[in-house]
Design a protein. Structure first.
Lengths: 116, 113
């Protein structure tokens, strides 16, 4: 069964450093998302991406964040200058072609980011 | 803005007992409702979803949920749980003007032998 994959599973970085989190969505999906979950808190939406553009973003997704689909398979989240409060589990998700609101979003296993 | 409330942070239950995990959402013109499960060290997996039609939705692993518009609830149920059902369960909603999922705070189901 196709699945969303994410690398690395755990990333440790120093405050102020740039990190890139990588995701490979399900191959025929066209809508891509990033969510994060700070320890003990809710899963929060960060951004959605379609047709090489951001279609929606949350207040959390400020200028320090960016997303990219550099080729036909990868979808990345970059944090330019990490802060302690960026420590969280980051989930990538993808959904099928129509991108309708009722489409199932398939989640990857997550990348745990630890900022020291 | 849409919101989801999961009233129980943890639900302990004995194996083979029934369980109900509660979820309430803020009212909207139309909503799509989801239950996801997260097993330890894994990602979120869809259990079931409600889009329209029958208010009783059946999902994987013997779970079902009932959409109740008047009570703005979407409670998850299973008649007989297994040890392997121990996991975190998240209720989520998508509003009709957005594709983003809005999650509740999660309920940890702890099944004891």
């Amino acid at each position: 069964e196709p699945e969303v994959t994410q690398t690395p599973s755990h990333q440790v970085t120093q405050m102020g450093q740039e990190v890139i989190l990588r995701c490979v969505p399900i191959s025929n999906h066209l809508y891509f998302y990033w969510y994060r979950q700070i320890l003990g808190q809710k899963v929060e939406f960060l951004v959605s991406f379609y047709n090489n553009e951001i279609s929606e973003k949350s207040e959390i997704f400020d200028d320090q964040f960016s997303v990219e689909r550099p080729d036909g398979s990868n979808f990345t989240l970059k944090i330019r200058s990490t802060k302690l409060e960026d420590s969280a589990m980051y989930f990538c998700a993808s959904s099928l072609t129509s991108g309708g609101a009722g489409d199932t979003q398939y989640f990857g296993p997550g990348t745990r980011l630890t900022v020291l | 803005a849409q919101s989801v409330t999961q009233l129980d942070s943890q639900v302990p239950v004995f194996e083979e007992a029934p369980v109900e995990l509660r979820c309430n959402y803020s009212s909207s013109v139309s909503v799509y409702l989801f239950w996801y499960v997260q097993y330890p060290n894994q990602g979120l997996q869809l259990l079931l979803k409600y889009l329209s039609g029958s208010t009783l939705v059946k999902g994987i692993n013997g779970f079902e949920a009932e959409f109740n518009k008047s009570q703005t609830s979407f409670h998850l149920r299973k008649p007989s749980v297994h040890i392997s059902d121990t996991a975190e369960y998240f209720c989520a909603v998508v509003g009709d003007s957005s594709y983003k999922l809005i999650f509740g705070s999660g309920t940890r189901l702890l099944v004891r032998p």
